[in-house]
Design a protein around this ligand. Structure first.
Ligand code: FBP
Length: 253
């Protein structure tokens, strides 16, 4: 079925992925922003001109700012979210939007966060199970933010835990899994092997100096990663278009 291929092929361009994420206003609150990038129009403009394969938004921003990005970058609608105010022990990210809303907003993919190992893991598996069936019926791609988190998880970023989270995403039917970088090329290779044919992309993390960040992107790719879902390292950068071009050279070049 052609339509099914085309949504996926927009998000995964020749096997590679570069998503600009702007759901941090929900996950971290306004503390991530300054006077310029607090305005979603500023980030929509970067997303529209940057040649990204996806733009990850919660539904409110996706709807209010549709005219600022629609038709210029594929939408990845985040279907769940939480604030950082709630303690991480019982880590849970409730579903806030439906696949139908994603379709109505013109999304090419849905995004869903699972806190692997959380006491609330079962609830997120259940929600994602239904989302995955429906999204794939519509031909949308499924991107899972898979983060080990909660009171049973000793070290969220240990290579073993990140590899487990990546494998879980493959098992539950994700097309793309977003992980936190496990710290080295070797660890990344094991994470990518664990995820099999599910494409592994890394979060950008908090803002780093350009050279350091670009080296991390090279290591992600050398470790078998398929790209990035990056936020702060692009729209907090003084020159977001220049860093985007540098990132693209590494991922697609
Ligand atoms: P960054 O590149 O800015 O780290 O964004 C990646 C991301 O996954 C966002 O999509 C999300 O808002 C945030 O990080 C979640 O971070 P965490 O739950 O680890 O605080």
């Amino acid at each position: 079925m052609k339509a099914k291929e085309s949504h996926f092929d927009k998000i995964v361009r020749n096997g590679h992925v570069l998503i600009l994420a702007m759901d941090q206003g929900m996950e971290h609150g306004p503390r991530d922003f300054n006077q310029k990038n607090i305005n979603p129009e500023y980030v929509c403009d970067i997303a529209s001109r940057g040649g990204f394969t996806g733009f990850a938004l919660q539904k409110g921003v996706a709807r209010h700012y549709k005219e600022n990005y629609s038709g210029k970058v594929p939408l990845v609608l985040k279907l769940n979210g939480r604030t950082e105010i709630v303690p991480k022990d019982e880590a849970y990210s409730p579903q806030l939007a439906t696949v139908k809303e994603a379709v109505d907003l013109g999304a090419d993919a849905v995004g869903y966060t699972i806190y692997v190992g959380s006491p609330m893991e079962y609830q997120m598996f259940k929600e994602f199970g239904a989302i995955e069936r429906e999204a794939h019926d519509y031909g949308l791609a499924c991107v899972v933010w898979s983060y080990p988190r909660g009171k049973y998880v000793k070290d969220e970023k240990s290579p073993e835990m990140v590899a487990y989270a990546a494998r879980v995403a493959l098992e539950i039917g994700a097309d793309v899994v977003k992980i936190n970088y496990p710290g080295s090329i070797d660890a990344m290779k094991w994470v990518a092997a664990s995820a099999g044919r599910c494409k592994v992309i890394s979060a950008g993390g908090s803002k780093q100096p350009d050279a350091e960040f670009l080296q991390k992107v090279k290591d992600i790719m050398a470790g078998g990663g398929s790209g990035l879902a990056v936020g702060r390292n692009v729209w907090q950068n003084d020159n977001p278009m220049r860093i985007t071009e540098e990132i693209k050279k590494i991922i697609f070049g």
